[in-house]
Design a protein around this ligand. Structure first.
Ligand SMILES: [Mg+2]
Length: 392
């Protein structure tokens, strides 16, 4: 009898195992006896509340056991974009985002043109977070009967304006009807050399923690619009006066993706060691880098870039400005780590603040307050899954 090599045995065994799993999966479909109320009954069973596990807990649950089938998939779920090898060292970045009326935007104050623009920006920002430039998008929408075609024209005016500003092509999408409100889903793609791509999981102790632009303004813009909406609902004769807060309102309604930074860094020969975009708030996004890189971190309150205008309005709302930066989100700035060897380069690059340092994992993730206290950083990003009582 000829002895088979160990690797062949194990690969034959794994094929058999995969075939068995396939058979089991098929059987579970075949054995299903259709009943009209199956889903309804299933949903009324007691189970894990999604609000208890949160968005990231749900993602972990849904992607558990997912094995990559294609050798071209260099990174699947778990970063700002997936990385797919196209040829040799050339990779495609793919990311997708979905925005729902009443959850992510409110048409009481978000103009459709701005909304179209912002939807594109949110996806482009995820490609930037991989140190790449977006080139293509697809746009899919679901519309309820309350919308006239002219309203959707306006939404697409914003989508097209973003395409033209960022030099990306809208190459497809889908349109369908919704029973309630508007849904917008944008996928963005970019092509980049493998060695240029930056992930969330590669920060090292000793690296500098940096952020572009300023933080917290988008959240205050939202609070401001919500406050004006409440006043308007009480007295429709009063129209909001937002003249003094144009910057904050614009950061909420028409943010920008930092493609300018990616271009500049490339030109200057700078590459971050890890990166993410600030969409959920500095706290949540820093924790993503720390968890995935298995490191700790300390950031200093005094170094976090918050505009004077943001600080003043935060105090008006009786919120500590740092809380807006940590938990607000939607700033679409880039949070990255840099090798200390690159300090000289970073120092002279515009619009970058060094806010802290990466530490060994056992040191934890902390904020050093202006009063020199160390406070643990916990994620307080948005939780879209608070159970709507009317849907139970
Ligand atoms: Mg992101």
């Amino acid at each position: 009898m000829i002895l088979t090599r160990t690797s062949e045995v194990s690969s034959a065994a794994s094929i058999l195992l995969a075939e068995q799993k396939d058979k089991d999966a098929k059987k579970s479909f075949i054995n299903y006896q259709p009943t009209i109320s199956y889903t309804k009954k299933h949903m009324s069973k007691k189970g894990t509340l999604i609000q208890d596990i949160g968005e990231f807990g749900l993602i972990d649950r849904l992607t558990k056991g997912l094995t990559l089938q294609s050798a071209r998939t260099l990174r699947g779920v778990g970063d700002d974009a997936a990385v797919i090898r196209v040829k040799d060292n050339t990779c495609m970045l793919v990311t997708t985002d979905m925005l729902l009326e009443g959850v992510h935007f409110d048409l009481m104050y978000a103009p459709l043109k701005h909304l179209g623009y912002k939807s594109v920006v949110a996806s482009l920002s995820d490609v930037c977070a991989m140190n790449a430039l977006p080139e293509h998008i697809t746009a899919s929408i679901a519309i309820s009967s309350k919308f006239y075609a002219e309203a959707i024209d306006e939404l697409y005016d914003g989508i097209k304006q973003a395409c033209s500003y960022y030099h990306v092509d809208l190459v497809g999408g889908d349109t369908t009807s919704s029973t309630k409100g508007l849904v917008i889903s944008i996928s963005a793609m970019g092509v980049e050399q493998k060695n240029h791509i930056v992930y969330r999981n590669s920060a090292k102790p000793g690296d500098l923690i940096c952020v572009t632009g300023d933080l917290g303004a988008a959240y205050l813009g939202l609070l401001l619009l919500e406050r004006e909406k409440a006043i308007f609902l009480e007295n429709p004769a009063i129209q909001p006066d937002l003249k003094n807060h144009q910057y904050l309102v614009q950061r909420q309604l028409k943010p920008e993706a930092r493609t300018d930074m990616i271009k500049l860094w490339r030109q200057e020969g700078f590459k971050p060691t890890s990166m993410i975009d600030v969409s959920d708030g500095l706290a949540s996004d820093l924790l993503h880098i720390c968890t995935q890189s298995q490191v700790g971190a300390v950031i200093e309150e005094d170094l976090v870039p918050i505009k004077e205008e943001t600080k003043l309005l935060a105090l008006d709302f009786k919120i500590a400005p740092i809380t807006c930066a940590l938990s607000g989100g939607e700033d679409y700035e880039l949070l990255f780590t840099a090798d200390p060897k690159d300090l000289e380069k970073i120092k002279y690059l515009p619009d970058i603040s060094i806010i802290g340092e990466v530490l060994p994992e056992e040191k934890g993730v902390h904020l050093q307050t202006s009063g020199k206290k160390q406070v643990p950083i916990i994620a307080q990003g948005w939780n879209h899954f608070n159970r709507d009582k009317t849907e139970q």
